[in-house]
Design a protein around this ligand. Structure first.
Ligand SMILES: Nc1ncnc2c1ncn2[C@@H]1O[C@H](COP(=O)(O)OP(=O)(O)OP(=O)(O)O)[C@@H](O)[C@H]1O
Ligand SMILES: [Mg+2]
Length: 358
């Protein structure tokens, strides 16, 4: 059993507030992913949990016990750092065994455990090599093995896959998932990759500027973002976000942008007019015959067949092109005029401050 709690956790570096009063309870065995843009305080939070950074204020508890004063090695945590420096003059096996030697584990026991974790992360063939002879992905696995071998109750992983190419990332991502399943330990994982967050997390914690802006399951975050920021961060291709104005029309509230005006679903009819943003995910836009109450006729500017899907780009006068995803390789011609539909339940509205209008 190992529950980790952050209570009003705060870290200041001089006048900079890196972590701004976080409150979070992480349950035993949970896979938690911290996600957010560069500089939002992810690493600092992890380093405080691990004990490498002292909080300015607030508490970290493990199983109800405040651990602020405990040394990192006494916290029963294993951390894989953002930059995973291996010892260059020790071979892979010795690198992995390092933590065990520190704990004065017997030689034969060390050898047995190194073999066991190497099998787990599939690097037994590398044990005799020097770190300099290993690729980025292999080094990443070695760093993971070095942490696994000490058998901590909780794992802290800071962008463990960030230095890898896309294919290897996906492979090791699946590996992390499998390890979590197999070990049933708590994983706290940091990334600024929304796709990694979506695929790995039981619960995502979205951070911005030192604060938690939303937490929830991947599908909650994707389907019910609390703000423009979260809506924009999750989803690929990103949500279409069109700046404009909410104005009163004959039959309720309308959304008006320089390039198009559409009626809004009746649930918004009592909302205040004013500036704001309309959002719709590319995968929810309909093309062609539609039941949607709101639709516009538009010229297709660009067609991008991806194999499984096809992306259609439209010009709307917004900063980014407006994108629709359609299944397969349906034949929509560039420059064709098509009906672009906005189904009621796919429409998101945000006010001028970026807060969601519900
Ligand atoms: N030791 C330090 N001294 C001063 N400022 C620091 C220190 N460590 C971090 N910071 C600042 O605190 C803020 C949060 O940094 P942190 O490393 O936690 O961000 P991050 O979310 O991990 O970003 P990234 O995705 O780039 O790794 C940043 O503005 C950073 O410049
Ligand atoms: Mg970081």
């Amino acid at each position: 059993m190992s529950q980790i709690e952050l209570k009003n956790l705060r870290k200041e570096f001089g006048s900079l507030v890196a972590v701004n009063n976080l409150n979070l309870t992480i349950e035993d065995g949970e896979f938690i992913v911290f996600v957010g843009p560069s500089g939002c305080g992810k690493t600092t939070t992890l380093r405080m949990i691990a004990g490498f950074e002292d909080p300015t204020s607030g508490d970290i508890t493990i199983d109800g016990k405040v651990v602020n004063e405990l040394e990192p090695r006494d916290r029963d945590l294993g951390m894989v750092f953002q930059s995973h420096a291996l010892f260059p003059h020790k071979n892979v096996a010795d690198n992995i065994a390092f933590g065990l030697r520190m704990k004065k584990v017997k030689q034969d026991e060390q050898a047995r455990k190194v073999k066991e974790v190497s099998e787990l992360v599939r690097i037994t063939h590398l044990l005799g090599k020097m770190p300099g002879q290993c690729s980025g992905g292999e080094s990443q696995r070695i760093a993971l093995a070095r942490t696994l071998v000490t058998e901590p109750s909780n794992f802290l992983l800071d962008e463990p896959l960030s230095s890898l190419d896309a294919k290897l990332r996906r492979e090791l991502r699946a590996e992390c998932d499998r390890l979590h399943d197999e070990l049933q330990k708590t994983f706290i994982y940091v990334t600024h990759d929304q796709e990694e967050a979506m695929t790995l997390a039981d619960r995502i914690v979205v951070m911005n500027q030192g604060k938690i802006v939303q937490m929830g399951s991947p599908l909650e975050i994707y389907g019910d973002p609390v703000s423009y920021f979260v809506a924009d961060f999750f989803g690929n291709p990103a949500m279409n976000l069109v700046e404009g104005e909410f104005v009163s029309g004959d039959s309720g509230l309308q959304f008006k942008s320089p390039q198009f005006t559409i009626p809004l679903p009746s649930k918004y009819s009592q909302k205040q007019p004013g500036k704001g943003t309309l959002g719709i995910r590319p995968e929810n836009v309909t093309i062609g015959a539609t039941d949607a109450a709101a639709s516009i006729n538009r010229e297709v500017e660009l067609v991008e067949p991806l194999g499984k899907d096809t992306l259609l780009y439209f010009e709307t006068g917004a900063e980014r092109p407006f994108v629709a995803v359609i299944e397969g390789t349906q034949s929509v011609e560039r420059h064709a005029n098509v009906d672009v539909g906005f189904p009621d339940d796919a429409i998101f509205l945000f006010d001028e401050t970026g807060a969601r209008i519900r």
